[in-house]
Design a protein around this ligand. Structure first.
Ligand SMILES: Cc1cc2nc3c(=O)[nH]c(=O)nc-3n(C[C@H](O)[C@H](O)[C@H](O)COP(=O)(O)OP(=O)(O)OC[C@H]3O[C@@H](n4cnc5c(N)ncnc54)[C@H](O)[C@@H]3O)c2cc1C
Length: 402
């Protein structure tokens, strides 16, 4: 068995070939919410979008949110997801006060930083393998409203990115950058840095309409020519450089949520996402080498995110976030050529002691996983004997039980 939230993981960590999926989205009830303290009790299949709809009008917001709000609380814990405020708030698990874990033998464990602490640590970032999270108590974050006030600026290199990032972290809750992965030579590492804070605003910026990619085109719309054209336009457009920006929280946090079935643009062969985290020491050289290889290959896409991770430690035994910097980008699936490129990115990640994010992975080798997550053997003791996933079997080379 494997719990399944809303299927927003990019690879096979939420899949269980030849096994059973427990559709946790049915656990969708709110239990209690205290608007004075921002403590929310809910079942684990409630989505972040539903939480925002309930609590934002009382001045509360999820303490950590990834780039889509269509994920469940259970999924957020199982991957210990991170957002644009990692340098301030660490990851999702750091804001979980308590949860109930149902094991396949019927035992229910109440877990918190003080009760069943080892199960708490194993389940945060535990890839859904320690049991079914039934209900959760969460500390939300006080916010002044639905607006984000900040700015956006171009940078010309990775070292400039690091300088802006260091200068921005103290005064900005949210920081993130986009990188032009098709750039080369003197343009290598150029991008756009965006930062902001929750703000009180009376402005009325129109909410963006949603649209849908209506069909799956026969081939990927993302190729060397379209990528270089789009990136050049995106980097040079006037909105890349704004001093006093005001964003509605939706386009600020969730730009892709406005494009339903955006994944169709990659055609029937789909795409891979690669997200790595590398320590600060050696990060600039590692990122530049990755961008050089990606640019040369003509692969990659315009969906590229670069973000620093702060020093606050994650609470999960297997959590992905760690101090340093994280790069995430999509690659249209061109078969062996793409897999070879991703292997070569893995070589760089490994050489600097980095790691690759299981939530975004569909291809890392068992050897790579075991190097990235040396705690995996200790973690295996907490895996429910009746739980497994396609990802777990792949990276531990465990045989499926019949
Ligand atoms: C557009 C987009 C942007 C994203 N941006 C980010 C980002 O910025 N940062 C980030 O960290 N991630 C990001 N992600 C990844 C996403 O946040 C994670 O993969 C998240 O875990 C998905 O949650 P889900 O509810 O869809 O769960 P699923 O994908 O269905 O499952 C994820 C894991 O949770 C487990 N699980 C689900 N429910 C339960 C439960 N009740 N009990 C126990 N285990 C459970 C599953 O077994 C699985 O291991 C992004 C994904 C998308 C599509």
């Amino acid at each position: 068995m494997l719990p399944y939230g809303n299927g927003r993981s990019y690879g096979d960590s939420c899949q269980n070939d030849d096994g059973t999926l427990l559709l946790a989205r049915g656990l969708d009830r709110f239990i209690a919410f205290d608007p004075m303290t921002g403590v929310l009790d809910c079942e684990a299949g409630v989505s972040l979008s539903e939480i925002i709809d309930l609590v934002l009008r009382s001045g509360w917001f999820p303490p950590v949110t990834p780039g889509t709000r269509f994920i469940t609380v259970g999924g957020a814990i199982a991957n210990d997801v991170h957002g644009k405020n990692h340098h301030r708030a660490a990851s999702f698990g750091n804001h979980v006060l308590e949860f109930e874990l149902l094991r396949s033998d019927g035992q229910v464990l109440r877990c918190s930083p003080t009760q069943n602490r080892d199960w708490f640590a194993a389940t945060i970032g535990g890839l859904g393998l320690t049991g079914l999270i039934r209900r959760v108590r969460l500390q939300l974050k006080r916010v002044s409203g639905r607006w984000i006030c900040g700015d956006s600026q171009r940078f010309q290199s990775i070292s400039e990115f690091f300088a802006i990032s260091a200068a921005s972290d103290p005064d900005h809750e949210y920081t993130v950058a986009w990188i032009d992965c098709s750039a080369s030579g003197s343009k290598l590492g150029r991008g756009i840095f965006i930062r902001g804070n929750h703000a009180v605003a009376t402005a009325t910026v129109a909410e963006r309409a949603r649209f849908r990619v209506p069909i799956t085109p026969p081939v990927s719309l993302v190729n060397r020519a379209s990528l270089s054209l789009f990136n050049s336009f995106y980097f040079n457009r006037p909105a890349a450089q704004i001093e006093n920006g005001l964003w509605h929280y939706q386009p600020f946090f969730y730009p892709l949520d406005a494009v339903l079935e955006w994944n169709r643009m990659y055609g029937p062969r789909g795409f891979f996402q690669y997200q790595c985290a590398v320590p600060m020491q050696g990060a600039a050289e590692a990122l530049e080498e990755m961008l050089r290889r990606i640019g040369k290959s003509g692969q990659g896409s315009f969906l590229v995110v670069l973000k620093t991770f702060g020093d606050l430690p994650a609470l999960g035994m297997m959590s992905f976030p760690r101090p340093g910097v994280t790069l995430a980008l999509d690659f249209p699936n061109r078969g062996e050529t793409t897999l070879a490129l991703l292997e070569s990115l893995d070589d760089i990640t490994r050489s600097v002691g980095g790691s690759v994010y299981p939530a975004k992975d569909a291809r890392m080798s068992a050897a790579a996983f075991q190097q990235y997550f040396p705690m995996w053997r200790a973690f295996a003791a907490y895996v429910d004997p009746r739980f497994s996933s396609s990802f777990w079997r792949r990276v531990t080379q465990e045989q499926p039980s019949r």
